[in-house]
Design a protein around this ligand. Structure first.
Ligand SMILES: CC(C)(COP(=O)(O)OP(=O)(O)OC[C@H]1O[C@@H](n2cnc3c(N)ncnc32)[C@H](O)[C@@H]1OP(=O)(O)O)[C@@H](O)C(=O)NCCC(=O)NCCS
Length: 130
């Protein structure tokens, strides 16, 4: 169990809500994947300097369940820049208050690939300045 959030700013912070649960009462995995795709897309778009689309989810691991009222923080950073693609590494943590105690738990990791596209939706080169 992790005890501190990373020093970087989270790209998204959101509270898990009752309408996001599966039949077992835990937060639905698809909800988590959707939030991670949004967070990764923000970072990829900044890096590419324009519009991006998701082309592949290379890896997605659910490490621990997310519960209703957990505060979910999604961290995303670029780990590979190709000709037209950006690969984003995602880490997800929750802050949970239970029995009067605050816990911070790493709940998921992912690697998502985005492609920079032009107005005709065709892959277009990424020109990085750093
Ligand atoms: C993304 C899209 C524009 C790519 O078009 P394409 O003609 O297949 O493009 P390419 O084969 O030239 O690949 C483009 C880049 O994506 C990468 N890529 C393609 N498939 C990949 C995969 N499965 N895993 C990792 N990278 C992949 C390629 O390596 C290439 O990267 P590079 O230029 O940095 O070397 C097209 O597939 C598309 O529009 N897909 C739908 C995207 C979408 O709507 N996503 C949301 C779904 S709801």
């Amino acid at each position: 169990m992790t005890t501190e959030l990373p020093d970087d700013h989270a790209i998204l912070r959101i509270m898990a809500r009752p309408n996001d649960v599966n039949v077992a009462g835990d937060i639905f995995g698809g909800w988590m994947m959707s939030q991670c795709d949004i967070a990764g897309g923000i970072v990829a778009s900044r890096k590419a300097g324009g519009r991006v689309v998701t082309v592949a989810v290379k890896d997605f691991r659910f490490l621990a369940p997310v519960l209703v009222s957990d505060i979910v923080s999604i961290y995303a950073e670029d780990i590979r820049i190709g000709t037209t693609s950006v690969t984003i590494a995602i880490d997800v943590f929750v802050e949970r208050r239970q029995d009067g105690k605050e816990q911070i738990i790493k709940v998921a990791t992912a690697e998502i690939v985005y492609v920079h596209i032009d107005a005709q939706r065709q892959p277009t080169a990424i020109v990085t300045t750093d």
